[in-house]
Design a protein around this ligand. Structure first.
Ligand code: HEC
Length: 130
C-alpha cells in the first residue's frame, strides 16, 4: 500500500513537471519562393541563392575530398553532370533528391523545405551558372 501511494505521488509530480513545460514556437524563415514553372518568374541565381546554401550547410563536409565538391568556385562544375542534375526530370536530380527533407537518404544533413524548393526551382529553370 505504501509503495502504491509513493508511486501515485511520483506520477503526480511527473505530471506536474510535464504540464509546466512551455513550448516555444519558433516561426520558420519567411521566404518568397519563385514559381519554378512560371516563365515570367524571377530567375533563381546559382551564385546568389544556391551557392550560399551549399556554403553554409554542405562545405563543412563537401569542401574537397567528399564528392561532390560544393565549395565556392567549384560547386557548379562539380554538379554539372547527369549524375547530379536532370533538367528533364528535376525531382530526380541527385543534388535535390538525395538531401531532400522528405527522403531517408543522407542522414548527415538535409535541406530545409525552403532550400529544397530553391534548388528544385533552380534546376527546373535550367540549372544555369547564373
Ligand atoms: C556531416 C557531413 C556532411 C554534410 C554536412 C553534408 N554531407 Fe553530403 N555526404 C556526406 C557523406 C559522408 C556522403 C557519402 C555517403 C552518402 O552517400 O551518404 C555524402 C553524399 C552526398 C551526395 C551523394 C554523392 C554521390 O555522388 O552519390 C550528395 C548529392 C550530397 N552528399 C549532397 C549534400 C548537400 C547538398 C549537402 C548540404 C545541404 C550535404 N551533402 C551536406 C556528408 C555530408
Amino acid at each position: 500500500m505504501k509503495t502504491l501511494r509513493l508511486l501515485l505521488v511520483v506520477v503526480f509530480v511527473a505530471f506536474g513537471v510535464v504540464s509546466c513545460e512551455y513550448t516555444f514556437w519558433v516561426p520558420e524563415e519567411v521566404l518568397v519562393i519563385p514559381d519554378a514553372n512560371d516563365p515570367d518568374a524571377e530567375q533563381i541565381s546559382f551564385a546568389q541563392t544556391i551557392q550560399p546554401i551549399f556554403t553554409s550547410n554542405c562545405v563543412s563536409c563537401h569542401g574537397g575530398a567528399q564528392l561532390p565538391d560544393l565549395s565556392e568556385g567549384k560547386a557548379f562544375a562539380s554538379i554539372n553532370s547527369s549524375r547530379y542534375i536532370n533538367t528533364s526530370s528535376p525531382e530526380e536530380s541527385r543534388i535535390f533528391s538525395y538531401t531532400n527533407p522528405d527522403t531517408d537518404s543522407h542522414s548527415q544533413k538535409k535541406y530545409t523545405a525552403a532550400q529544397a524548393a530553391y534548388v528544385l526551382g533552380w534546376i527546373t529553370q535550367g540549372a544555369k551558372n547564373n
